[in-house]
Design a protein around this ligand. Structure first.
Ligand SMILES: Nc1ncnc2c1ncn2[C@@H]1O[C@H](COP(=O)(O)OP(=O)(O)OP(=O)(O)O)[C@@H](O)[C@H]1O
Length: 589
């Protein structure tokens, strides 16, 4: 039997890495600026110090003359570790056997050191491992991808990294720049970090520094004294911090960003996603041990723990608001004085903010300025006007008919009112259809109706070309002779059926000539029989006077309702005015 020759196993090969290409990728797509090299060096020195344990030695940075040297008394590296970790891209001593980031360390990706190639062509590392009898090693890595390893000279365990600035990048290594960057990234590190001898870390975060210092930090951060400073703590995420309440208005549609530290090393000043969207009114400074960074180390990685932290922080701010509302109404007033517009804007989408608005922000109502919570405790049927003028016109009339009316004419008010049943499901809140209001007016008795038939016939004729139908009702206030009501289209889908039904009530008002009965209900001129002048008009025999009076009442109703006058209306008002003056002169002389 002749067997097939065994299949030839393809030779295993290793990827080649083009270091220049990788550094280019990092600089263009991962890191926002070459300045991150300071952060990465600092982070490695801190991690090595942590790994060594015992009392931490200082991290010393010397900068000047186009060179930077950073020295730590950390755990150091043996020669095999130099090959394994320094010279292997993507390998990190800070991950465990399963590849998970080790809890105590800042680094995890195994790429940080490459960021030095953003400012230098060569990285020199002199290192001596803390392991017993390990000799010192010098590693030199070059931007073109090659490296060398040689015996080094170093008495104590630890590591010194030296960079020489690439041409045109010298400013990144200048002492003032380095000082600023070390302070920026490392001010809260619990280690002694010095640049050219000057200690730049104090290790005391604002939330541990006492109330006064905490507010001082907030004032420097915001450029103004914060309205308050709220302590934050989420043990599950190893998170501590402080939320500063902004003393000025912000635009809630712009995502709020926060200063976030990861194990006391700055992640960024503009980190988003750590607070709920509605928390636009604070700027936070916080530190977390458990949340993870993205590879750029400039944002937080969006995972379940971040969601847990966000919810817990939201809860904290919410309880701050609630507690302040319960115990410090004046403070809440000051807060809403600054942020009420933002609170209103968010209440349109967010139920928590809706609750704040409901309880704390007064609305214009037929009973004066009251909160919605108070108003809905008194009324289960609430109507609102879409325009502020309409509210002004109808508030008194609505109150007299027992309609609970709210002014929905200001920005966000109508939307918020419409959402109110989310907090109170049994509540009936709808845009006011003026026709519905008219159904609350009393009908006049048959005798009055009979007496008024001439008045109504003349009124129908007079107003026919305006597309307006006159009706006679009795309502309060008696001082109001006539009311112009427009049957507005319902603003929200669920209001639709009632609006149609309400107009159907006016079956006693036959359509004006020229308007087919199935046409959209037009505006109504509701004459108020309770008004003495209108009552007298029903028994006025002079048809000319009645016609002029109807014109005048129509013009009056338009003007008091703040309606725009069309040319025909202006002509009618003029006609009525001059006609009535002439009549007065004639009858008076
Ligand atoms: N100062 C140092 N002392 C001891 N070891 C160091 C030092 N600097 C770097 N190393 C070693 O080199 C490895 C690679 O460092 P690098 O900065 O590239 O990545 P990392 O710190 O592991 O992760 P990250 O990319 O998240 O920063 C480290 O895991 C560490 O083992």
């Amino acid at each position: 039997m002749t067997g097939q020759p065994p299949p030839e196993r393809p030779a295993a090969r290793t990827f080649n890495v083009d270091l220049r290409g990788i550094v280019d990728l990092l600089s263009r797509h991962l890191y926002s600026s070459p300045r991150v090299y300071v952060r990465e060096l600092l982070q490695n020195a801190v991690d090595a110090t942590t790994a060594r344990g015992g009392p931490p030695g200082p991290v010393r940075i010397e900068a000047g003359g186009g060179r930077l040297r950073i020295e730590d008394a950390g755990v150091g590296l043996t020669e095999p570790e130099v090959h394994e970790f320094l010279a292997t891209i993507g390998n990190s001593a800070k991950r465990d056997a399963l590849g998970f980031a080790r809890h105590d360390f800042l680094g995890q990706f195994g790429i940080g050191l490459l960021s030095c190639f953003l400012v230098a062509d060569e990285i020199e590392v002199v290192t001596r491992s803390a392991a017993r009898d390990a000799p010192a090693v010098v590693w030199r890595g070059h931007a073109d991808g090659h490296y060398t390893v040689a015996p080094g000279a170093r008495d104590e365990p630890g590591t010194t990294v030296t960079l020489r600035a690439r041409r045109d990048f010298e400013h990144w290594l200048e002492p003032s720049t380095v000082r600023e960057l070390v302070r920026h990234y490392g001010a809260l590190l619990p280690y002694d970090v010095r640049v050219n001898g000057e200690r730049l870390t104090d290790g005391v975060p604002p939330w541990e520094a006492g109330r006064e210092a905490m507010l001082g930090y907030g004032t420097r951060l915001l450029g103004a004294v914060p309205l308050d400073a709220i302590d934050l703590s989420v043990p599950e995420a190893g998170l501590r911090g402080v939320a500063y309440v902004l003393p000025h208005e912000t635009n809630p549609s712009e995502p709020a960003t926060h200063r976030v530290y990861l194990k006391r090393m700055l992640l960024g000043d503009r980190v988003d996603g750590i607070l709920p969207e509605w928390a636009f009114f604070v700027r936070c400074v916080l530190d977390t041990d458990e949340l993870r960074p993205t590879a750029s180390r400039e944002q937080l990685y969006h995972d379940e723990l971040l969601v847990v932290a966000r919810e817990a922080l939201g809860e904290r701010l919410r309880s701050w608001l609630v507690r302040m509302a319960a115990t410090e109404p004046e403070r809440l007033g000051a807060f809403l004085g600054v942020h009420h517009r933002g609170v209103m804007a968010l209440a349109v989408h967010d139920d928590e903010m809706l609750r704040v608005v409901d309880e704390w922000i007064p609305f214009d109502t037929g009973e004066g300025a009251v909160t919605l919570a108070e108003f809905r405790a008194r009324h289960r049927e609430i109507r609102y006007t879409a325009r502020a003028e309409e509210f002004r016109q109808l508030a008194g009339i609505a109150a007299a008919q027992g309609v609970a009316l709210v002014n929905g004419g200001y920005t966000y008010h109508a939307e918020i009112l419409h959402r109110l049943p989310r907090l109170d499901p049994g509540l009936d809140v709808r845009a006011l259809d003026p026709a519905e209001l008219a159904t609350r007016f009393d009908r006049v008795g048959p005798a009055v109706e009979f007496a008024a038939r001439d008045l109504l016939a003349i009124a129908r004729r007079t107003l026919a070309d305006r597309g307006c139908t006159p009706v006679l009702r009795a309502f309060s206030p008696t001082a109001l002779p006539a009311l112009y009501l427009e049957g507005e289209r319902p603003r929200h889908a669920d209001d639709a059926d009632t609006a149609e039904g309400v107009w159907a009530e006016f079956t006693d008002a036959p359509p004006a000539p020229g308007i087919p009965p199935e046409a959209e209900p037009g505006p109504l001129l509701v004459l108020n029989h309770r008004n003495p002048m209108v009552a007298r008009l029903t028994s006025t025999a002079d048809a000319r006077v009645v016609e002029l009076a109807v014109e005048a009442l129509y013009g009056y109703a338009l003007l008091t309702g703040n309606r725009a006058l069309r040319p025909g209306d202006v002509a009618g008002v003029n006609r009525a005015f001059l006609g009535l003056v002439e009549h007065a002169i004639r009858t008076g002389s």
